[in-house]
Write a new protein. Sequence first.
Length: 68
Amino acid sequence: MSPYVPALLDRIVELDPERIILIKADVYDVAYPALAGAGLPVSKIRVPFPSSGQQEKFRVAFGRALAE
């Protein structure tokens, strides 16, 4: 687990979000297990960062994450 994840969890709990969408594969890989394990409403959809030709994949994945 990244040393940043515990502080992220604390901030997310304070915000009480309806949905959490993690953007960028390495962010998802590090944060998803902890957020899901804490019972937070994190999307299961891995959303790529929208650069280097990934814009269409981002648009599709983000739309799926919102609809989840």
